[in-house]
Design a protein around this ligand. Structure first.
Ligand code: ADE
Length: 231
């Protein structure tokens, strides 16, 4: 069994790559695919680049060419809701692309037109293991819920209010729902684990720079504990 692990940015994958025994590196679509072992499991780890298109291309390559059996996306996100702070971890239960808008045809915001699902549900077993890891690591505050993705860095109180009321989102980022979409189309189990780097409010870009290291540390800690639980 091979697990595909995707981060959007190199700093989000750095701690995992430090621990990984890399057997082979290949370059495709401007991405480097690292094949090897980490924390006792066979993985292909890759930095996709930022945004939904990069993430979708990356996920399809992992599935079609590296034949991964599951996909885990790890990285940082903007927190939505008053009790969520930088360093907290969110395990996605499901994901929606908040910037998909065909409402003029009567679709709900986020609905991919003519697709038989509104949201993309994470694999129950992978979510269970991620939550088990969260329960064990008491120093990290953890949540589960919906993550929304779009090709926008959210830095506006009005926008986060809308993401909360429209989608009931716990966090926002720029790749998870597109990775989920590709996995859904290919019937591949997936989970998205994100740590909060900012509260997506005015000034989020400054918090983001400051809190990325703690976000990466905490999301990698949960990921490691979770991967060690996979049979
Ligand atoms: N990733 C981390 N913070 C984010 C934000 N505020 N908006 C979108 N993606 C993010």
């Amino acid at each position: 069994m091979v697990i595909g692990i995707i981060s959007a940015m190199s700093e989000e994958l750095e701690l995992l790559l430090n621990d990984m025994e890399i057997e082979e590196k290949t370059h495709k679509a401007n991405m480097t695919f690292h094949k090897g072992k980490v924390w006792g499991k066979d993985v292909v780890a890759v930095v996709s680049g930022i945004g939904k298109v990069n993430a979708a291309v990356c996920t399809q390559i992992l599935i079609s060419e590296y034949k991964v059996n599951s996909v885990i996306n790890v990285g940082v996100a903007g927190g939505i809701g008053k009790d969520i702070y930088p360093g907290d971890v969110v395990v996605a239960e499901n994901l929606v692309q908040h910037d998909m808008d065909t409402t003029v045809f009567g679709d709900a915001h986020g609905q991919i037109p003519r697709l038989d699902t509104f949201d993309f549900t994470c694999d129950k077993e992978l979510v269970r293991l991620a939550k088990l890891a969260c329960d064990e690591i008491k120093e990290i505050n953890t949540f589960s819920g919906r993550i929304v993705s779009g090709d926008q860095f959210i830095a506006s109180v009005d926008k986060i209010k809308w993401l909360e009321s429209e989608f009931g989102a716990a966090a926002c980022e720029m790749e998870g729902a597109s990775i989920a979409h590709v996995c859904y189309l290919n019937s591949i189990p997936f989970v998205i684990i994100r740590s909060i780097s900012d509260n997506a409010n005015n000034g989020a870009h400054m918090d983001y720079e400051k809190f990325i290291p703690i976000g990466v540390k905490n999301s990698t800690t949960i990921l490691k504990a979770m991967i060690e639980k996979i049979d």
